[in-house]
Design a protein around this ligand. Sequence first.
Ligand SMILES: Cc1ncc(COP(=O)(O)O)c(C=O)c1O
Length: 433
Amino acid sequence: MSWSEFSKVLPQTARVGKTGALEIGEYDMIQLAHDFGTPLFVMDLVEVRDRLRRYRDAFGPANVFYASKVFLTKGFAQIVAEEGVNMECLAGGELYVALTSGFPAERIAVHGNNKSRQELIEALDAGVGSIVVDSFHELDLLRELTAELDKVARIVLRITPGVEAHTHDYLVTGVEDTKFGFTIGETALRAIDLVARTESFELVGLHSHIGSQILDLRPFDEAARKMVQFLAQARRTTALEIPSLTLGGGLGIAYLPTDEAGSIEDLAKVVHEAVASEAEAVNTPAPQVKVEPGRSIVGPSTLTLYTVGTIKDLPNARRYVSVDGGMSDNIRPALYQARYTFLSALRPDEPHDRPCTIAGKLCETGDLLAHDALLPEVEPGEIIACAGTGAYAYAMSSNYNKQPKPAVVAVFGGETRVLARREKYEDLLRLDG
Ligand SMILES: Cc1ncc(COP(=O)(O)O)c(C=O)c1O
């Protein structure tokens, strides 16, 4: 692999610097690894802000909700707020972090397929913009709570549209056999009717999310059309306006140079056209289109720096290159065979032609970060980078094998901003009784 291929999976400020090392945000990655240690998540702030702005421009500021499950710290929530994008939070912890960062409650949509009574109280008390409701049980809880607390709940109903997104099984959410939402058709109409008949409820929209890491845009078109048809049916049967349609997140990104991902603008064109033409076909006013992107905002902006340790050349010529992190900082390869591109941060434009398995340091045979990486003849101590780790890596990180969590550092114009500090050994005892 060569630099021109790496640049397809690296953030936009990635360069080969004066020293020959990888540079992001005008910061030398070898220097950064020295300054902050490894493993280290490095976020290109220019890339993140650019992606937030592109979504905002393509869909309109009121219509974009960053899916905070992908990556959330207080500092990152402030960046999302600064860029005028709203936020989607899971009830409970994500909502707490967002509110603690000062994120305006009215710009938050609260999710969760099994929100507890306490979590719903927290959402109502905070005055969140909307609650995305997933089940009849939740509607019952909300009816009780709005009466008890004398509040109105602004409700979005999550519908499973029965659309197959071509992605990993664990990333599919829009088919009928799923734990999420109300099944489109009679079940969902019953839920809408219930909302319509409850005085303390305001139905602000319908929602669907068909899955994640979707590279082919056609399922978005299909889901948008199905949801508009259903919206028209629901408007007819209930006489409710139902002003908006949230079409979830899901846009895929390039993890490998050969991955062809649709752009933010392509996605906007596909769903806007689908919604407008289907609304015309079924003779209903086009609803406001909202989206909840996560991976396609933060995924490509970030890479993980690791230090190479043990290198083993097995008799069958397979080379194992071990790094100082692994499934504790990135569970995705072990969880759903996710693939990544690795490169040397020390000499990114030298030929990378030595096939390697990248092994983590945790005590699991399955703790492998890549099976088919290509690297130069790396040495122990060399810094290597894994591209595209902004989404669902730090957010899913754990302390397995008592690994302290890495730091997350944003870089821009030669400066740094720590979004999460590195855990110390003492942090591993923080919760012990
Ligand atoms: C309801 C909902 N919205 C948005 C997202 C974000 O999806 P993505 O990161 O693929 O954009 C998810 C994640 O799967 C989700 O479950």
